[in-house]
Design a protein around this ligand. Sequence first.
Ligand code: USQ
Length: 382
Amino acid sequence: MKVLILGGDGYLGWPTAMSLSARGHDVWVVDNYLRRKTAVETASEALLNAPLLDERAAIFKAETGNGIKVTIGDLCDRSVLDNIFTIFKPDVVIHYAEQPSAPYSMMNYETARLTFDNNLQTTFNVIWAVLQHAPECHIIKLGTMGEYGTPNIDIEEGWIDIEHKGRSGKFLYPRAAGSLYHTTKVLDTDLLWFYVRTYGLKVSDLMQGPVYGFATAETDISDKLLPHFHYDDIFGTVVNRFLVQAVAGVPLTVYGKGGQTRGYLNIQDTLQCVELAMNNPVDAGELRILNQFTETFSVNELAEKIQAVGNVLNLNVEVKAIENPRKELEDHYYNPIHSGLNELGLKPHYMTDQVIAGMLNKVLEYKDRIDVSKILPRVKWS
Ligand code: USQ
């Protein structure tokens, strides 16, 4: 297939590009290096210095013979997508091109505005590029489990049947996001749903939980092909942060009571899920929503797991609850359904002790690059 990946420099975009290119697809990536720029501006540089896209694509080509086309451009500028769609006419577009950090979106007016403008404008331009140049193209959009929040009822896969005053209907599951970033994903879903039901677009919206890890089949070739790996309070997600904290000798930063429960997945499973969605396209006029995670943990459970494995590796890991910088429930019901991707054939890579040990050992190779001043939370929700 002809696959266009938006946000191809990112934590997930780059591994997806390599994986699909290695499987023989014709892959084109676009990125404007927004993440690299915002990371420098907020003193949140990643653990590993990933080379720029052209260099990574050249290394990948030299090592495997598989090509990845690269365009550096801002998807808020409509002409970037117009030009690529005119030449390439993709069968599928995988849309990761969003500002993905909840804390970044909550820093101040400028970061909130950038998150809002970038995420909505990019999704809007993707919709219009598909409408005007390739209406058969399947849009695979990365959403987030955070769109649903933590309601006191089971979370369905995107849709809910409601009976009301003797009548019934199917509706988008109620959303209650906990940050402006997560709210932009709610707005994306509504925008896509409008264009799906009105113009017959084909969309898969993947509600992803926090992803962890860095190893994929292709990253074994060279460490220069590893994705960005953030451990700072702004772009690092909880598992990756705890791994680095364990190695650095910093007590694991459990926010508040630590009962916050989320659905997690290994980076290898993101690649699988996206490929499964791609190989099983939806019909015209369908918005398919899939909850994308493989297992749920509370923050306390994650801390205990990483502490236990870290101590086997003689890391003397401590865990310390600190004041929660966010506004979120710290003790709540959480039962999200996630059968859709399993039915499509997902074979999960679970967070076993062996997997945790493998990740800790990789971080240990880069221990001297850890800057502990990037670890404690700098952004508060109020
Ligand atoms: N947390 C801690 N300690 C830390 C960091 C986080 O206790 O040092 C807690 C948070 O308070 C939260 C949970 O861990 O309750 C998850 O936080 P996170 O930073 O790992 O994830 P989050 O900000 O929710 O966002 C991440 C990605 C985002 C994705 C989302 C999926 O950055 O792009 O959409 O995970 S989800 O969380 O299911 O919405």
